[in-house]
Design a protein around this ligand. Sequence first.
Ligand code: PLP
Length: 388
Amino acid sequence: MTPLPPRRLRSGSPGRTCSSAGEHLVDIEGVTGSIPVTSTRGFAPFSRGPRIHLARFPRRRYTPGATPFEPLPRLSAALGGPEIWVKRDDLLGLAGGGNKTRKLEFLVADALAQGADTLVTVGAVQSNHCRLTLAAAAREGLKCRLLLEERVPGSYRPEAVGNNLLFDLLGAERIEVTGAGTDLATRLGEMADAVRAEGGRPYVIPGGGSNALGALGYVACAEEMLAQTFDMGLALDAVVCASGSAGTHAGLLVGLLGADAQIPLVGINVRRPRAEQEANVHKLAVETAALLGASAEVPRAAVTAYDDWVGPGYSVPTEEMVEAVRMLARLEGVLLDPVYTGKAAAGLIGLVRRGAFKAGQRVLFVHTGGAPALHAYNTVLADGAGRA
Ligand SMILES: Cc1ncc(COP(=O)(O)O)c(C=O)c1O
């Protein structure tokens, strides 16, 4: 893999002033960075650096600290390539953990600021995002309604376990199932109208929590993991993540670019053709950088979202996914999921085998969670090993 050239977000114009969330930023030409000040008098604020200053955005906290950053020595040895590490975002807070928890910290804070009493969101039939939105709603004393998209015909089974069981346990107020091809944004809007008509105050969260506000969760993750690499004295040669509704990929990209970390980010696409997914990620990264106030220049060349491990389609099992799920479980005691991280890890393993990452390099895999969905795939994943 050709390393990407150094890149950075272009900073805003000197002398610009902006304010957000009760704080005030003033830029003075000739100094780099930006700091929030509560008063414009008596401070000499910085200017010119990318304005990645997440504390300006209201946030709820659902995880007490940083997620672990761990080596995977047995997987690395088995593959005979680079040193592989994992960022354990499967251990984030809320019910069962996973990447949506980081996005929901910003989205739910916004919902509460707007006085909402009902979250309305959408996902696939075994959606981790829907599980975690329900959990956040429960934590905040909000109600929650779900729109489930049956992307694969016949895949919604009300009796199915995995996340489907958890939707019920976590107290979904209403679940509506719709076929692939439905205009989801329109239907979500209608569901929000129905909440309003009943006297409620809805807050609509897009699929995967993937708008610019949600993607801030993964800007925060990039900052967190860069701090961990510094603490541990570990330089990274690449970061690999799953790429679905794009918020994780876009947020990480903006965080890495904003820090000028010069670490290539490799997305493993779980659903769409490569060009389409890369365009989605790029668009969202530009929007996220703009929300942060960095005059957005996210190079299109910084977005890679391989589609070689999607297989026959979203959520449809592949041999490589099954191999990856079993390898991580048996070599490292780490549970992946069949839809996202199983395919993303299959991509990581495939790239190592292709020689894209080599011995002597260090690669970080961002484990974005999803293990509760394993239970809905038991017939595909279990091989009966160890049974008498
Ligand atoms: C476990 C897991 N990993 C990765 C992803 C992909 O993240 P994103 O939708 O932000 O691209 C998802 C999305 O639902 C997920 O549930």
